[in-house]
Design a protein around this ligand. Structure first.
Ligand code: ADP
Ligand code: ZN
Length: 719
């Protein structure tokens, strides 16, 4: 038999595909196992029936073909090709970043069982429906569509019992095809919301990018749900991207309540290996109608993709900052274009990239200016100058008074500080020695309860020193504040209050967060101390006072995006207050009360902030007014990394319209024992930039040696 040749992508950091032989024709997208440099590797058939470019007697046969798995579809291969090209990352490695762990291994997958779906039989349809409301909901769902056991259980906890009864009575039959069931919307959308839904749905079958700019509490989530319901009813699938999922438990609850009988795939790095690959496959074969997940879910094959929603589109977690450095928000727009469907980027504080795109009419802007709950009011924001104030371990007298008053009124308060641990640094009062991480350019953070100093970058730990290693002085001083220190302050002042600290140290295990949420929702908590993990998307009706301990760090930062992030973060935190009937107050302590950021914040005027910030970016030629790429190198010795970039630069003819900055050390130069340097290529012309990056990286590849590592970051965030 004459062998047929296939080009295969393997999980190696290499640009090219590799040719292997098989005696039958394999479809593209098929997972296989191939011999590779004395190992075996999992591979994906990328091209079938090719004419080999190497001598045929050197071509090895494919070892294993996983032919009971569905092959990855062409749309997925195209997405990977685009991502690899755009982010300048090897194709094979890119493909495997985009697969769930189970599919990256050269082993057979366990496939999801096909479940039976039930619907009402003709007899059932002619019978009088049950009287009890909850049974009736189940009955109606079986009337309008079909359910499997799991979905039925989501509607009624005793569903199994009723399914059995109704089956015995002949009221049910197996459905030949899954019919999605979308239950009635209970909330009536207000005019703004209804307009938003209508505007998007008018464009159901064409590529249409929207920026949904709606203030916190304007009801964006309900808008997403309504649009999703509509496309599902029309036989489509919706992809719903959210920031880190453990922070979005509340959103998932809402999703389940709104779509109890719609098959949903939930994809995030925390789900178990098998569950994740099953969810991936259920999305890929069209069974799952809603695919919800963090940034990595952007790579899920979705055959009938009809809508993409990116919630909190400004969130940094959409950007992956290692390996394939993609931005899921930007890939979402690409996918919508490919699938000819609308994509909705939603936020109260859009990224300047998206806001500029809306101003240039590349995206259509939809605004929602009012809170959805007609009784909810925007909180009052007070900017409080702490420059000449005596602080009580981080908190001003005024902040303590506000907290006390709110306790008396049985309100819920949030004390917000974006730093975990006890204090961000430990100093010697005599000689000024400070404890730095030996591996990173960073101070060690004092964690009082664990009695360690800990690096928040590489997790290096040392026991709390008894004395200064330089001068022997035993009087070491904590500088700055972290959640633990604020907790101590508050416990001292408010002994009867229930104080709940929420940071990634107290929320380490899966159920920690749901327990904390329960305490908040049941009303047992009085004061929450929280980091930014609390700022995102949570809706605590009772919360009516927010104290921001210190917001100044970002205002001193050399990162030009720091101000944008701070503004978004503070608007988000402020948005947590006064979502229900009680008016909210936000109290911000700062040493820089005259920074313009605070006047925009006080007026809750995102537009003015964005206009001002964009004008500055333009003046300094910074993104998004230009396109940028960072070329980075790291090595044990900084000189090695620097010379590599410098040499490559010398042999490089800069294309027109492209400017180079650097090389220079990264802001945080030393990380985990390596020195990091970078240069930036920038251009107003995207194509010119990409050409420059390609040519420059060829130069680099020619001269790279030793232990130097290089990476390319397109549209970078780090600096
Ligand atoms: P956002 O996502 O814009 O922050 P949400 O969708 O979370 O806003 O809505 C904020 C609050 O308002 C929620 O408690 C939600 O249930 C409520 N809500 C949303 N839409 C309406 C509406 N049309 N009528 C009454 N309440 C609403
Ligand atoms: Zn470190």
């Amino acid at each position: 038999m004459k062998p047929i040749y296939h080009n295969i992508a393997v999980n190696r950091p290499l640009e090219q595909l590799f040719t292997y032989a098989h005696d039958t024709l394999l479809p593209v997208g098929r997972r296989v196992v191939v011999p590779f440099n004395n190992t075996t590797q999992v591979g994906i058939v990328w091209q079938s029936d090719v004419t080999p470019e190497i001598e045929v007697d050197k071509i090895l046969p494919i070892q294993t073909v996983f032919d009971d798995e569905p092959p990855l579809p062409q749309q997925w291969l195209d997405l990977i090709e685009f991502s690899a090209r755009y982010y300048h990352y090897p194709l094979g490695a890119a493909a495997f970043v985009a697969l769930p762990t189970a599919m990256r291994q050269p082993e057979k997958l366990s496939l999801p069982k096909t479940e039976e779906y039930w619907t009402l039989s003709d007899l059932g349809r002619q019978t009088t429906p049950p009287r009890y409301p909850k049974q009736l909901v189940l009955w109606n769902a079986l009337f309008s569509g079909s359910l499997n056991r799991q979905m039925a259980k989501q509607i009624h906890t005793d569903a199994n019992k009723y399914l059995q009864q109704w089956l015995a009575l002949g009221y049910l039959k197996i459905a030949d095809k899954q019919q999605p069931v979308v239950l009635e919307q209970k909330i009536k959308l207000n005019t703004e919301q209804a307009m938003a839904v209508e505007t998007v749905l008018q464009q159901q079958d064409v590529f249409a990018p929207f920026l949904l700019w709606g203030i916190t509490g304007s009801g964006k989530t309900e808008v997403y749900f309504e649009m999703m319901a509509e496309v599902i009813n029309n036989g489509g699938q919706a992809l719903f991207l959210v920031p880190e999922i453990n922070l979005t438990a509340q959103l998932l609850d809402r999703l389940r309540r709104r779509f109890p009988a719609v098959e949903t795939a939930v994809l995030h790095s925390g789900s178990a290996k098998t569950a994740r690959s099953w969810d991936y496959l259920r999305a890929m074969n069209g069974t799952a109608k809603i695919i919800v997940g963090t940034r990595l879910s952007i790579f899920t094959p979705v055959p009938r993709l009809s809508l993409i929603v990116v919630d909190e589109e400004h969130d940094n977690s959409y950007k992956q900052d290692n390996d394939l450095r993609y931005n899921a928000r930007d890939l979402a727009v690409w996918r919508a274009k490919y699938a000819n469907c609308p994509v909705v980027l939603g936020s109260a504080t859009p990224s300047l990239e998206s806001f500029q795109a809306a101003q240039n009419n590349r995206y259509r802007l939809i605004t929602m200016k009012n809170r959805a709950n007609p009784n909810a009011r925007l909180p009052e924001i007070e900017i409080f100058d702490v420059k000449r104030q005596k602080l009580n371990n981080g908190l001003s007298d005024k902040a303590l008074n506000l907290l006390e008053e709110n306790l008396k009124n049985k309100g819920l308060s949030l004390v917000y500080i974006n730093r975990r641990g006890f204090a961000p640094a430990l100093f010697c009062g005599d000689c000024g020695y400070s404890f730095s991480c030996p591996n990173c350019s960073a101070k060690m953070v004092w964690h009082k309860y664990q009695r360690v100093l800990r690096c928040h970058h590489c997790d290096h730990k040392i026991a709390i020193p008894k004395a200064c290693p330089d001068c022997g002085n035993q009087d070491l001083t904590a500088v700055g504040y972290g959640t633990q220190r604020i907790e101590e302050t508050l416990k001292k002042h408010f002994q009867a209050a229930q104080i709940l600290r929420i940071d990634s140290d107290t929320i380490a295990r899966k159920d920690d967060w749901s327990k904390a949420r329960q305490a908040i929702e049941n009303g047992t908590a009085d004061i929450i101390i929280g980091t930014q993990m609390l700022a995102k998307g949570h809706d605590f009706g009772r919360l009516n006072l927010v104290i921001v301990v210190n917001a100044d760090g970002s205002l001193y930062s050399a990162d030009f995006r720091a101000v944008e992030h701070l503004f978004a973060e503070l608007m988000q935190v402020a948005g947590r207050a006064g979502r229900a009937e009680r008016a909210g107050k936000v109290f911000i302590q700062t040493q820089l009360p005259h920074n313009p950021l605070f006047s925009f914040l006080k007026n809750q005027d995102y537009q003015a902030f964005a206009d001002n910030e964009l004008a500055q970016r333009k003046q300094f030629n910074a993104p998004p007014t230009v396109y940028a790429a960072a070329i980075r190198a790291d090595a044990v010795k900084i000189q090695d990394a620097l010379s590599l970039l410098n040499n490559a630069l010398q042999n490089f003819r800069l294309p027109e319209q492209v400017t180079v900055y650097g090389p220079a050390p990264q802001l945080m130069t030393r990380l985990a024992g390596r020195e990091r340097v970078q240069l930036f290529l920038e251009s107003p012309n995207r194509q010119a930039l990409h050409t420059a990056v390609t040519q420059f990286s060829q130069q680099l590849n020619n001269s790279i040696s030793g232990d130097i590592r290089v990476s390319i970051d397109i549209d970078p965030y780090d600096c």
